[in-house]
Each structure stands twice: as C-alpha cells, then as structure tokens.
Ligand binder design. Structure first.
Ligand code: SF4
Length: 231
C-alpha cells in the first residue's frame, strides 16, 4: 500500500470517529496552539504533498518567472542523489552550465569535483544546485528580485532531499540561504542553520581559481563537514 493510500485511510478513520462523537452530541474539542502549529507544519510538509524532485522540476517548467529566461540556453535544475546527506549550493550557472544544463561542469566545477573526490565521495553521492537556475548575462551577480523569484524552487528541492548538511559556495549562496548580508569572509568556517539544516559556508571554487591561496581555508571548512559525515 502506498503512503498516499495509508494517509487516505487514516483520514477517513479519523473522520468516521468524529462523526461518531457528533452523533453522541459532542460538538468540538479543545486544541492547543502548539497542536495547531504542529498540524499546520505537517500539512505544509513535502511528505504531505508527495513532493519529489520530478514534481518540483515539472512545476518549474520552461520558467519565465524572472528576466533571466530570455538569454538562457538551458535551465540548470541541479543533479545528484535525491538521498544525498550533503548538498552543495552555488550561485548560478555560468557559460558551460548554461550550454549543458548541468551544474558545476566548467573550470570551477572541475575544482568542485576534485574537492568532492578529496572528501572520498563522488558527485553522484551528493546533490549540487544553485541559488538561481538560469545564467545571468555575462555571469553578473544575480539581482535580488531574481534570487527571490527562483529561491522557492531550491527550497523545495532541499525539502525533498532533506540533506543533513549544506555547503554553500560563495557569498551569494550563503547570504541567500542564510538571509544575511554578512560577508563570506565572516560566514565561512562556522556552522549555521537554514530550514533546520546545518549549513557550512565556504568560498566559491571560481574564487579559488583566482585566489589559490584560499584553498587552505576551503579545505579547513570541508574537513569540518567530513568530521560530521564521519569520513
Ligand atoms: S532564474 Fe529561476 S525564476 Fe528566473 S527564469 Fe530561471 S528558473 Fe525561472
């Protein structure tokens, strides 16, 4: 029996029970605010709506919700394991990603792949996505309205995957997920929380290509994640 069928049967049983009490003359129950909050949270959860990554991708469609659709070649939705314990979140697609529809496949992506391999993992073990899913012209920084429009889809992906840890890459990803304006130099290397998930901000691999002396900092941040993953 599917989860959906089990939920339907449970709801019918509860409804029958309430009808029974109604027939006996009962016309209501006390419900505390905390109980109501728990019910609302459950109702809004991904499980209740049977959300999957496929459903999120379908809802995104050939998205034209912000101006970035006009010059994109492909939407870069994200890829990796839907059961990943660790998610990497970058800023947005660059030229190579826009051409292929895959995240982190250019020079910065190859460096990220090396970092993942240095963690004794493969790209297929983790999930890789970005704050926005279409390439900004000339690789400019995404604008706040573009981030605000696209971010709910990443939030839904995170809710489906439920990673134990998220590693944000660069300032845009960290600031958008953590809802802060703090610079990445201050955010990196310290555990934060977003959507109930532990988040480790670190520098973007593209920044490392320009500033190789920062690789040591990133490796320190990655080691903190490996420690929590027991690898
Ligand atoms: S960046 Fe996001 S919101 Fe904007 S068009 Fe692309 S998918 Fe849609």
């Amino acid at each position: 029996m599917s989860i959906r069928q089990e939920i339907d049967i449970t709801i019918k049983a509860i409804a029958d029970t309430f009808r029974f009490f109604e027939d006996l003359g009962c016309n209501g129950f006390e419900c505390q605010a905390t109980s109501l909050q728990a019910l609302e949270k459950w109702q809004a959860s991904a499980e209740y709506h049977h959300e999957t990554l496929e459903v999120v991708r379908q809802d995104l469609g050939e998205c034209q919700r912000c101006r970035l659709w006009k010059r994109r070649s492909y939407i870069v939705f994200g890829e990796g394991s839907p059961n990943a314990r660790l998610m990497f979140v970058g800023e947005g697609p660059g030229f190579d990603e826009d051409q292929t529809g895959k995240p982190f496949v250019g020079a910065a992506g190859q460096l990220l792949t090396k970092i993942i391999q240095a963690m004794q993992l493969n790209r297929a073990d983790v999930y890789i996505a970005n704050i926005i899913k279409c390439r900004p012209p000339g690789n400019r920084t995404p604008l706040s309205d573009e981030i605000k429009t696209c971010l709910p889809f990443l939030h839904r992906q995170i809710e489906v995957i439920k990673p134990q840890f998220i590693c944000t890459l660069g300032s845009v990803a960290a600031q958008a997920l953590l809802q802060t304006k703090s610079p990445i130099s201050r955010l990196r290397g310290n555990w934060r929380t977003s959507m109930g998930i532990r988040v480790m901000p670190t520098y973007h691999p593209a920044y490392l290509l320009r500033n190789p002396d920062r690789k040591r900092d990133v490796w320190e941040d990655i080691k903190l994640i490996m420690k929590e993953l027991n690898i």
